[in-house]
Design a protein around this ligand. Structure first.
Ligand code: ZN
Length: 209
């Protein structure tokens, strides 16, 4: 168990329980359309999104959530120009909101103090959980498998091996558009969904085939 000071502590969560939290969130706040609208989910949960100029330069993070868990600060550049990254950042902070808010002690501090505190609070352990939450929220496994099976004549696992590299590239582009996430996130979610299929460990393999 990891103790995080001031009574706050993030418990161990296995992937299944993180996914359950994602499913509850989607069921409660999502209209069922892809790409998943993270802004609408925030809205539903009473969370505002505030782009900040030079956030990543000043704080060396893409985003973080306020002490009252009601505002997600995002780097304005990312907000304006990098929708994949922006969407993942918001989904990651949503992960902190859903998974960790209840363990976080109530602190009223300046933004800077809060940031320093939250950085300690969300150690690697909590960061993994928030990242896994974000990936599962943006790319739900059932939908990923459905889309891929659809593209590969009913079975991705069976037919993947026969596909040409240009076919794989075309499908990857389709998957990327459907979920509106980066190739990295798709690769990670494919590893989660098809753990036995070693070849699907990164997108380079997709291209090399
Ligand atoms: Zn985080």
């Amino acid at each position: 168990m990891v103790y995080l000071g001031e009574g706050g502590r993030v418990p161990y969560l296995n992937k299944n329980s993180i996914v359950r939290n994602v499913e509850d969130t989607l069921e409660e706040c999502w209209n069922g359309a892809f790409p998943v609208d993270v802004e609408a989910i925030c809205d539903d949960l009473g969370i505002g999104i505030l782009p900040i100029v030079d956030l990543s330069k000043t704080f060396r993070v893409d985003a973080f959530i306020s002490a009252d868990f009601k505002t997600i600060y995002v780097d304005s550049r990312e907000f304006e120009r990098d929708s994949h990254r922006y969407r993942f950042s918001v989904a990651h902070e949503l992960g902190h909101f859903v998974l960790h808010r209840k363990y976080c002690p109530n602190v009223t501090k300046s933004l800077d103090e809060w940031f320093q505190f939250f950085r300690r609070f969300t150690n690697d352990y909590a960061e993994f959980q928030a990242n896994y939450f974000a990936g599962s929220l943006l790319v739900p496994e059932v939908e990923l498998v459905r889309v891929l099976d659809d593209e590969f004549d009913g079975s991705f696992v069976r037919n993947y091996w026969h596909a040409s590299s240009s076919e794989l590239g075309r499908i990857l582009m389709k998957v990327r558009r459907h979920f509106r996430v980066s190739d990295d996130v798709i690769a990670r979610r494919m590893r989660d969904a098809f753990p036995g299929v070693d070849e699907i460990d990164n997108n380079k393999k997709w291209r090399q085939k």
